[in-house]
Unconditional design. Structure first.
Length: 134
């Protein structure tokens, strides 16, 4: 089955002003955390990030689905967490690539392997953590 991540996601990185294409290639596991201003502050998101940032071969990306970049940039933490990549999605959940992930609510987690195969997609922190570790 075709993975919605195979062609990558067009995103704006927190450090820069040009869109990039994010793909899972080159990493054993890629964990995408889809958030907005409200869900980004949830304990579940910060707990998942703190556990996964220590795992070798795991790429951790927080992808904001906020309506605009100004609210997203205001909510960014100190840049002292270089192991968590932070992005903004132009078009939010209706953005090409993201729409195929069928995000039901936020926060939402997607775990993919290096071939872009989806291992997990859903709202459970424990399931995302398990998929990233195995």
């Amino acid at each position: 089955k075709h993975s919605p991540l195979r062609k990558g996601l067009r995103l704006l990185p927190s450090r820069g002003d040009s869109l990039i294409t994010l793909t899972p290639r080159g990493h054993a596991r890629t964990v995408l955390m889809f958030t907005d201003d409200e869900s980004r502050r949830c304990d579940s998101v910060s707990n998942l990030a703190s556990v996964l940032r220590t795992l070798a071969g795991v790429r951790l990306a927080d992808i904001s689905l906020d309506n605009d970049t100004s609210s997203w940039r205001r909510s960014l933490p100190d840049p002292g967490q270089p192991d968590i990549e932070r992005f903004w999605s132009l078009g939010g959940p209706a953005s090409p690539g993201i729409i195929g992930l069928k995000i039901s609510r936020l926060p939402f987690f997607v775990v993919a392997d290096s071939t872009s195969r989806l291992i997990y997609r859903g709202t459970s922190v424990k399931a995302a953590q398990y998929a990233a570790r195995h």
